[in-house]
Design a binder for this molecule. Structure first.
Ligand code: HEM
Length: 463
C-alpha cells in the first residue's frame, strides 16, 4: 500500500480500523499480557494500520515496513519519541535528571553531537584491549561449567560480561568480582521499575506505580556508585579518549562544564541502554547456535581462520558469518518490544488519518517475522539470509532507524563478534534436545527461563 502524507488538519481520510468498546478493552489487556504476539493478531485481523483507543491517548499500531519508515525517516519531523518513553525513563524520585536522550530537541542534538564521534568503528577499535580484556575474562570464566559438566545458564553471565565491557570501554574501569552482583541487582531493580512505569504511562499520576520505591532506592545507589567512579578519575586522571573523559571535558554553549549530576545521568543512561540490550541479543544468539551444531561449526570455522589469535574490535570485519548469526538471532528475538513515537500533527498513513497526539508504534516481532518481507521461512533461524544480499533493512528494526537510531549499534556488533568468536575459540556448546528459546519481556527481550548450555572445551583450539 502506498504511503501518503498530509499535514493539513482537515485530513478527510478515515481513522484506522481496530477494536472498539469492550473489544478494545480486552485488546489492551492482551497487549499488556502479551506485547509480543498480540500485535501480530491485531495486524492479521485489521490490516497494516490498527487503532486501539485507550484512556488519555490512542495507540496506532503499524505493520508495514513502509509505514514504519514513514514515521522514522520520511516524515520524522512530524513525530517525536513518545512521552511513554521519555517521561518514564527515570525512576520516580530518582536523583537523576533528564538525559540528553530523554529529549527530542536541541538538548538531544547536543548530546548526540558530542558522543556520536566516540561510537564510530574507528573510535571503538582504538579502545582495543579495553574490549578484549573484559570479554575474554568473562568467557574464560564459563570454563568452570565445561570442567564440572554442569549446565550453564548464560543469561546472567552475559549481563555480567556486557556490563564489564561497558565499564571498561567507556570508563576504563574494571568492575571488581565482588561488586558485580550488587551492581547488577540495582540495575535490574531500576529497569523493572522503568518497565512497569512505561506500561502504565497513560494512567494518572495518582495511581501508584509498583516497584517505584525500589527503583528509586536503586537509582540512589547507582548514583553513589557512579559518583565514586567520577571522584576516582578526578583523583587519578588518565590520558584516554574514553567516554568519561569526554563527559568530564564537555561544556555547555556558554563554556560552563556539565554539572556533576548531569555527568552521572548520562553515564547511567549509557550503562542502561547498553548492557541489557546487548546481553539479551547475545543470549538469543547462543540459544540458536547451541541448538544448531551445523551453523555453530561454520561460525567456528570462520573464527578458526584467524589462527586462534586474541580477538580485538578490528576483527569485526573478519567475522561476517558470526555477525549474520547475531543479526538473525536479533531478528527472531525482536529486541525492544515497542519503540513508540507521538504524532505532533495530524498525518495520513496508508490511507488512514493519524490524529495529532496519537502514540504510534510497531512490534519488532511482527515486522521481523512478516513473510512479505522475509519470505516463507520467516520463522526459521537462517543466518545466510544476511549474506545473500537480499535483506531489506526497512524490515529490520532492532536498532531503530533514522536520526534516533541506536548510537551504540557499532559497540554492540563489536561486543557480539568478540564474545561469540572468543567463546567458539574455546568451547563447543549445546542446548538440551528439543529446547527452544521463548520470549521474556524486560526492557528488552530476553530468554524465558534462561539459556541452558552444556559446554565442552576444545582441545588446543580444535574440536
Ligand atoms: C544489541 C544491542 C542494542 C540494541 C538492540 C539497541 C537498541 C536501541 C534502540 C531500538 C534504540 C532507539 C532507536 C529509536 O528511537 O529509533 C536505541 C537507542 C540508543 N542506544 Fe541502543 N541498543 C543496543 C546497544 C546499545 C549500546 C551498547 C549502547 C551504548 C554503549 C547504546 C546506546 C544507545 C543510545 C545512546 C541511544 C539513544 C539514541 C538517540 O536517542 O539518539 N545502545 N538503542
Amino acid at each position: 500500500m502506498a504511503t501518503s502524507i498530509t499535514t493539513d488538519a482537515t485530513i478527510s481520510a478515515p481513522l484506522p480500523p481496530g477494536p472498539s468498546g469492550p473489544a478494545a478493552v480486552s485488546a489492551l489487556a492482551r497487549l499488556g499480557r502479551d506485547p509480543w504476539f498480540e500485535p501480530i493478531r491485531l495486524l492479521e485481523e485489521y490490516g497494516d494500520v490498527v487503532r486501539v483507543p485507550m484512556p488519555f491517548t490512542e495507540l496506532i499500531l503499524l505493520g508495514h515496513r513502509d509505514h514504519i519508515a514513514h514515521v522514522n525517516l520520511k516524515a520524522a519531523a512530524k513525530y517525536q519519541r513518545a512521552p511513554m518513553v521519555t517521561e518514564t525513563m527515570r525512576a520516580q524520585g530518582s536523583p537523576h535528571h533528564a538525559s540528553w536522550f530523554d529529549h527530542d530537541d536541541d538538548e538531544w542534538a547536543r548530546g548526540r553531537e558530542l558522543l556520536q564521534p566516540h561510537f564510530t568503528q574507528k573510535a571503538l577499535a582504538a579502545l582495543g584491549e579495553l574490549f578484549t580484556e573484559a570479554v575474554i575474562e568473562h568467557v574464560d570464566a564459563w570454563g568452570h561449567a565445561a570442567d564440572s559438566g554442569e549446565t550453564l545458564d548464560l543469561v546472567e553471565p552475559l549481563k555480567e560480561l556486557a556490563l564489564a565491557v561497558l565499564y571498561n570501554a567507556m570508563f576504563s574501569r574494571r568492575i571488581a568480582h565482588d561488586e558485580m552482583p550488587e551492581l547488577l541487582h540495582h540495575l535490574d531493580e531500576r529497569m523493572l521499575a522503568t518497565t512497569v512505569r512505561t506500561g502504565m504511562f497513560a494512567m494518572p499520576d495518582r495511581v501508584p506505580r509498583p516497584f517505584s520505591r525500589r527503583g528509586a532506592r536503586s537509582d540512589a545507589w547507582l548514583d553513589d556508585y557512579l559518583r565514586g567512579i567520577v571522584d576516582e578519575r578526578r583523583r587519578n586522571p588518565v590520558e584516554t579518549t574514553d567516554l568519561l573523559n569526554v563527559l568530564l571535558g564537555a561544556e555547555y554553549a556558554d563554556g560552563t562544564p556539565l554539572e556533576d549530576h548531569k555527568l552521572r545521568t548520562e553515564m547511567l543512561f549509557l550503562v542502561i541502554g547498553g548492557h541489557e540490550t546487548t546481553a539479551a541479543a547475545l543470549a538469543w544468539t547462543f540459544a540458536f547456535l547451541g541448538s544448531r551444531p551445523d551453523l555453530q561449526a561454520r561460525a567456528r570455522d570462520e573464527v578458526d581462520r584467524l589462527d586462534g589469535r586474541r580477538l580485538g574490535p578490528a576483527d569485526l570485519a573478519e567475522l561476517p558469518f558470526i555477525t549474520a548469526c547475531f543479526d538473525e538471532a536479533q531478528r527472531l528475538q525482536g529486541s525492544l518490544v515497542v519503540n513508540p513515537k507521538r504524532a505532533l500533527v495530524d498525518d495520513e498513513i496508508g490511507g488512514y488519518r493519524i490524529p495529532a497526539g496519537a502514540t504510534v508504534l510497531h512490534s519488532n516481532i511482527a515486522l521481523h517475522r512478516d513473510r512479505r518481507f522475509w519470505g516463507a521461512d520467516a520463522d526459521s533461524y537462517r543466518p545466510d539470509r544476511w549474506l545473500d544480499g537480499d535483506i531489506d533493512n526497512g524490515a529490520f528494526q532492532s536498532f531503530g532507524r533514522g536520526r534516533r537510531m541506536c548510537m551504540g549499534k557499532r559497540f554492540a556488533y563489536i561486543e557480539a563478534a568478540l564474545t561469540i568468536g572468543s567463546a567458539l575459540q574455546r568451547y563447543t556448546f549445546t542446548t538440551p534436545v528439543g529446547w527452544q528459546p521463548r520470549h521474556e519481556y524486560r526492557m528488552s527481550m530476553t530468554v524465558k527461563g534462561g539459556v541452558p548450555l552444556s559446554l565442552r572445551r576444545r582441545a588446543s583450539g580444535q574440536d
